[in-house]
Design a protein around this ligand. Structure first.
Ligand code: PLP
Length: 392
């Protein structure tokens, strides 16, 4: 018997990330001594706030915290999540039945798909999307049906169209503010989605990773604020972005108790909960003032302004996002025929600037590239000077 990758049928559905092509070029450029300014991955560059790190240090020396924890998350953390929903969104969440702690959003979303889908069941997924939204479905042996996620109107039409095709979808994935498109929606949109979900009897999964990274007075609504949202769906939140805790791997999912219970059951077989000191630090993060969250969001806002302004001076006019740690930039007309992958390669080779090609998020992303705002203002200016030569 010979074992190669064809032996594992799932692997053919999981091609190497498009992003790895750009990453390879980036590493090569760096090995050749070039200073690549890296806007590629949405990996926060700033430290976790001090009081959260201090709580981790304090709690990690206690041996009682070294044992297996609770798969669904510490009761006190679930209580803090419930309080967080009440104080931020005026939404009531029962800490016992309506929320579960996850090992980051990615883990929660992926296991939710395993818990709720049968092989061949269809899920409506935005195109473009954050890759795990589609790959979690494929990993669970489900089928992805894409909907157009550019404008609100198109989205509703495209979702309804997708719902009227056989086999009928079981679930709908949403994520606003959106990575990669930075698109935001208002509560009215979520109310419409709940009505649609009730009518077509589908479940809704909302990824709310950028809940707090909003600018210019905009506050992103929670899906759970929509009327009867808990009848049809759940919402996932990540501590990675709001608290710069990406490496800690902690998030939570809340909402419909049947869906939460399904995830809880699967996770009770798979894990023993996150290292307890991390959960204790997450309680500190959620219970304390939101000053640190505002500071983190302000840093992205300053970088966003710097990027939009300096790039526009260099000749690349880009729309200003209202939220997220990204800028979703339409490829300038004179380079559009290249497509996003070739354009991204060109940015590295000619300008030493690394971005994510839009095609990596879905075929509808191919006219764009995504900048993650993880370089400081000075480096952003350096990048804008470097791209100027493309427009001369
Ligand atoms: C939309 C979205 N969801 C989830 C995640 C991952 O979150 P976590 O670190 O909690 O797994 C990201 C990270 O970039 C994201 O952009």
């Amino acid at each position: 018997m010979s074992i190669d990758s064809n032996y594992f049928s799932l692997l053919s559905k999981l091609p190497p990330y498009v992003f790895s092509v750009v990453n390879e070029l980036k590493y090569t450029a760096r090995r050749n001594g070039n200073d690549v300014i890296d806007f590629g991955m949405g990996n926060p560059d700033q430290p976790t706030p001090k009081h959260i790190v201090e709580k981790l240090m304090e709690s990690s020396v206690l041996s009682k915290n070294h044992r297996y924890s609770v798969s669904a998350g510490l009761p006190k953390l679930r209580l803090a999540i419930s309080d967080w929903y009440k104080s931020n969104y005026d939404v009531s969440i029962d800490p016992e039945t309506e929320t579960i702690v996850t090992i980051g959003s990615k883990e929660g979303l992926s296991h939710l798909m395993l818990a709720t889908l049968s092989p061949g069941e269809v899920v409506l997924v935005p195109d473009p999307c954050y890759p795990i939204h589609s790959f979690s479905v494929l990993i669970a042996r489900g089928d992805v049906r894409s909907y157009d996620s550019f404008t609100e109107e198109k989205m509703i039409d495209s979702i309804i169209k997708g719902l009227n095709v056989d086999p009928k979808p079981k679930a709908l994935i949403l994520s606003f503010p959106s990575n990669p498109t930075t698109q935001t929606v208002d509560l009215d949109f979520f109310n419409k989605v709940v009505d649609i979900a009730k009518k077509y009897r589908i479940i809704v999964i909302h990824d709310f990773a950028y809940a707090d990274i909003c600018f210019d007075g905009f506050k992103a609504p929670s899906f759970l604020q929509a009327k009867d949202a808990k009848d049809v769906g759940v919402e996932s939140f990540s501590m990675s972005k709001s608290y710069n805790m990406a490496g800690w791997r902690v998030g939570f999912m809340s909402g419909n108790k049947e869906i939460i219970s399904a995830l809880r059951r699967v996770k009770s077989y798979l894990d023993y909960g996150i290292f307890q000191p991390i959960q204790i630090s997450a309680i500190t993060a959620l219970n304390q003032t939101k000053d640190c969250v505002h500071q983190i969001s302000d840093t992205y806002k300053i970088r966003r302004n710097r990027l939009i302004d300096s790039f526009s001076n260099s000749g690349w006019i880009i729309e200003k996002p209202k939220a997220t740690m990204f800028v979703w930039a339409e490829i300038p007309d004179k380079f559009k025929n290249l497509g996003s992958l070739e354009f991204s390669k060109m940015l590295i080779k000619e300008c030493n600037v690394a971005v994510s090609p839009g095609i990596g998020f879905g075929k509808n992303g191919d006219n764009h590239v995504r900048f993650a705002l993880i370089e400081n203002e000075q480096r952003i200016l350096q990048a804008s000077r470097s791209i100027k030569k493309l427009f001369l």
